[in-house]
Design a protein around this ligand. Structure first.
Ligand SMILES: Nc1ncnc2c1ncn2[C@@H]1O[C@H](COP(=O)(O)OP(=O)(O)OP(=O)(O)O)[C@@H](O)[C@H]1O
Ligand SMILES: [Mg+2]
Length: 435
């Protein structure tokens, strides 16, 4: 430790010289200032800092106790180590000095060893204090570092969530484009066929008109021509096919409308940012529609949706959670090397207090040692680029933090995985009174 800066405050030149000599001889410090009155002491302390002050109690004009009182009233007594010199045996004075913040006292006249040991005590105390200060400083710095790291981590997390969402939207968009393409394909080919049929009926109409315009004698020929034309084009088939084509086409259009409707409300900004009265079964159906392309060739989906009540929720977010759980199930089935036929059971129930959701797949399952980790950010068993490890983290945040709910996983390796969550019908989360 650096040597101490010491201030001696005493009106007795003798004591000052004696103390100085002891301190210098013992190499305790070479930085000693002295003043001969309390007033001077207060003045010098306004601009200078000292590690140790040796303060006489009995001095003319201002006593040592008064100096202590003023330092106390300035509020900076704690930053000094003060030893008072007193020639008095008055315990009251000693007690008062301690009350006012003095750290020790020495009775005059004192011996060399006495002064040295008192000062060394203070040096040790100061040393400890300094070490402690450095440690606190160190901890504060580390704390600052941690806070800034935490902020960086949060920023990175937000970016990853953003990316994840974008990737999700991208995958979904590709699937939906494919899903819309199918019905659109047959609607457009149906229209081509219908347009051919229209031309045939046009021809028949023209023939009928020309029969009308002919003399009776010529009519029979054209009738025959008309009959053979109708045979050739197979008019009876066309008649029944037109009915089919219209039914087919309107089914295709309905399908496109359903996809677009599901897409519009599946996770619109409104449904992501606001709590509203949400029908989980409707949410599941919409999710299944927008994700048809993901699951239709991988698994048979068996949805038994028994919940009846709606619940106040950010429906768009819950739909995204359901989609994320569904895609975990699909990916797990797809990853099974035995190419099993996929089965996914989706179930909703309710009681007086809660809505219950579960999704169970017959995919590869999760090793029981890994189950506690699956909700951690970045935990993934998928190849780089295939999974970020955020699906379940976001699901946890949405269900537990945003809806006061619960989410958990049961699984048996290579047999099944079942993810369940509960949404309370009433919650006071974030001041939203879910009634
Ligand atoms: N249905 C499931 N069957 C088997 N394992 C699962 C299932 N759901 C989750 N897991 C395991 O939990 C891990 C974490 O899932 P999570 O959805 O959080 O991330 P991810 O699917 O790997 O990546 P991301 O969802 O970010 O694309 C998965 O990598 C997988 O190991
Ligand atoms: Mg996932």
């Amino acid at each position: 430790m650096d040597k101490l800066k010491i201030l001696i405050v005493d009106d007795s030149k003798l004591i000052v010289e004696y103390s100085k000599k002891i301190i210098l001889d013992n190499n305790l410090t070479d930085h000693i200032d002295y003043v001969s009155s309390g007033l001077e002491a207060l003045k010098i302390l306004e601009n200078q800092e000292y590690d140790l002050i040796l303060l006489d109690v009995v001095m003319p004009e201002m006593t040592g106790l008064e100096v202590l009182e003023i330092l106390n009233s300035r509020g900076d007594i704690r930053s000094y180590s003060i030893i008072v010199f007193t020639s008095s045996d008055d315990n009251e004075i000693i007690k008062k000095s301690f009350d006012l913040g003095a750290r020790d006292f020495i009775k005059k006249p004192f011996r060399e060893t006495e002064l040295i040991s008192r000062i060394k005590n203070i040096i040790n105390g100061e040393k400890l204090k300094k070490e402690l200060k450095e440690k606190i400083w160190d901890i504060e710095n580390k704390n600052k570092e941690l806070i800034s790291l935490n902020k960086k981590l949060n920023d990175a997390q937000t970016q990853i969530i953003q990316k994840e969402k974008m990737a999700g939207v991208g995958n979904l968009a590709a699937g939906i484009a494919h899903e819309i393409n199918n019905p659109l394909g047959f609607v457009s080919s149906n229209i081509e066929v219908l347009s051919d049929y229209y031309n045939i009926f046009g021809n028949i109409m023209n023939m009928i008109r020309s029969i009308r315009a002919k003399d009776n004698s010529d009519k029979n020929d054209i009738w025959e021509e008309l009959d053979s034309y109708m045979d050739r084009v197979n008019i009876d088939f066309i008649k029944s096919d037109i009915k089919e084509l219209f039914l087919d086409t309107s089914e295709g259009i309905d399908r496109i409308i359903a996809i677009i409707n599901a897409l519009r409300t599946f996770s619109s900004v409104d449904t992501i940012e606001n709590y509203y009265s949400y029908d989980i079964n409707d949410g599941i159906n919409k999710t299944l529609i927008v994700s048809t392309n993901m699951h239709s060739r991988v698994a048979k989906i068996n949805a038994v949706l028994n919940a009846k009540s709606e619940v106040m929720a950010m429906g768009g977010l819950i739909n995204q959670v359901i989609l994320s759980l569904l895609s975990n199930s699909i990916e797990s089935i797809k990853a099974c090397s035995d190419k099993r036929s996929g089965l996914i059971d989706i179930n909703t129930e309710e009681d007086n207090f809660n809505i219950y959701f579960s999704i169970k797949d017959n995919g590869g399952g999760i090793n029981k040692d890994n189950i506690p980790s699956v909700f951690n950010p970045f935990y993934t068993t998928k190849e780089i680029g295939e999974g970020v490890g955020f699906g379940l983290t976001i699901a946890y945040d949405v269900i537990v933090n945003k809806h006061d709910g619960k989410i958990w996983i049961d699984s048996e390796e290579d047999v099944f995985t079942k993810v369940s969550f509960v949404l309370p019908k009433e919650s006071n989360k974030d001041g939203h009174n879910f009634k």
